[in-house]
Design a protein around this ligand. Structure first.
Ligand SMILES: Cc1ncc(COP(=O)(O)O)c(C=O)c1O
Length: 382
């Protein structure tokens, strides 16, 4: 089989699974317990935190563990809203965020907060002038994704950081769930960012584990209150096997990152250059530095995305409609809608998402299968 749905989730790395198993078997104490078993677990927890911090150029106390990307996004948004509500009620985000951001913002709107959704251009990218114009004296947070999960657009994070240097009180959050390990760490961990969301299962760690970077001195209210773990900011007994496994997965991900990114970009290019020759194909992702190396989104005019996905599945190739979240709801992609792509075309979109385990041979096989299926697609389209 060929797995081209890595933005939905990745397969846990065997080395990472082995770490998970070992910790589950041997270091199963509660890090909060006073006895030696607990201390051993605590030391491993802090060692994993330090490993992650070192890999990102952060300090140990700036890494806080969560259950994944959705929790991280919810926490930063709602935690900021609660913490800073006496200073203002305005938040800024983009029109192309993942539902973990979008739906949290909608919930905050119901509670009386005011949200600006920055529009995007034909490439799914916000404009820095729009960001500047949106900032008000009451703005408490700006949240921008690093890489769009549906078409792979990289947002102008460094330029946004420059703008926000003039507004030191505004929390600047980046959802980096699709951006980590894709050669843009300097843009994500920039010198102005305050909070960053990461999710383990997108880089070969197990499900249900993630972390946020929270700049020292920046405060958010906890969403999970209880026993006071994670410096009183996120209660709940720590998922130590998954945390340790995630630290390992991050190290593996960032080892030889440049070569891996170049490989992914080459695979993407090979498919992109092939499919774009076909008259029924409209590409939404581009093959340039403004797009992540691992996501390719295109539509086959007149054929439903689900039909395309299943046609490839029959040939052993796993792709998706634009996002895992929207695929079963049969709704048009929110990113393509924000780009003003008509629904007749956006419902025909599919996403290929790669990682460094994929190969050029798989791209060639995809292209061959594409050629075989294209006649069927032509008939359906007609
Ligand atoms: C950009 C983005 N943010 C947040 C999430 C949510 O992450 P998780 O699946 O870990 O909850 C995803 C998942 O696809 C994502 O792509």
């Amino acid at each position: 089989m060929i797995y081209f749905d890595n933005s939905a989730t990745t397969k846990a790395d065997p080395e990472v699974v082995s770490t998970y198993d070992k910790v589950s078997e041997k270091i199963w104490g509660n890090p909060s317990s006073l006895h030696q078993f607990g201390e051993e677990a605590f030391n491993l927890l802090e060692q994993s935190r330090k490993q992650i911090a070192d890999l990102l150029g952060a300090s140990q106390s700036e890494i806080l563990f969560t259950s994944g990307g959705t929790e991280g996004d919810n926490w930063v948004l709602k935690g900021t809203a609660i913490e800073k509500r006496q200073f203002g009620n305005h938040l800024i985000t983009t029109a192309v965020e993942h539902p973990a951001i979008h739906n949290s913002m909608e919930q905050l709107e119901q509670l009386g907060f005011d949200v600006t959704y920055l529009p995007v251009d034909e490439h799914g990218r916000i404009s820095i002038d729009d960001l500047k114009a949106a900032i008000r004296p009451t703005t408490i947070l700006v949240s921008i994704m690093a890489v769009n999960n549906e078409i792979g657009t990289i947002q102008p994070l460094k330029e946004a950081a420059e703008v926000l240097k003039d507004y030191p009180k505004i929390h600047f959050h980046i959802d980096a769930v699709q951006g980590i390990g894709k050669g843009i760490q300097d843009m994500i961990m920039n010198d102005r960012v305050d909070f960053v969301t990461f999710s383990g299962h997108k880089f070969h760690a197990p499900r249900g584990i993630g972390f946020i970077y929270a700049r020292r001195g920046r405060k958010i209210a906890p969403l999970l209150t209880g026993g006071g773990q994670e410096r009183n900011l996120r209660s709940g007994t720590e998922n130590l096997p998954a945390i340790t496994a995630m630290a390992k997965a991050l190290r593996l991900l960032l080892t030889d990152e440049k070569q891996k990114v170049a490989k992914e970009a080459e695979i993407k290019r090979r498919i992109f250059n092939h499919v774009k020759q076909f008259p029924l194909v409209t590409t939404f992702s581009e093959d340039n530095d403004g797009f992540a190396p691992h996501i390719l989104c295109f539509a086959i005019q007149g054929v439903r995305g689900e039909t395309i996905v299943h046609a490839f599945e029959e040939k052993g190739i796993y792709i998706s409609t634009t996002s895992a979240c929207s695929s079963k709801k049969h709704v048009a992609s929110s990113t393509l809608t924000a780009m003003h792509i008509p629904e007749t075309l956006s419902t025909s979109a599919i996403r290929i998402s790669l990682d460094d385990h994929n190969t050029l041979a798989e791209a060639d096989e995809f292209n061959q299968v594409f050629d075989q299926l294209y006649d069927k697609f032509k008939l359906l389209s007609a």
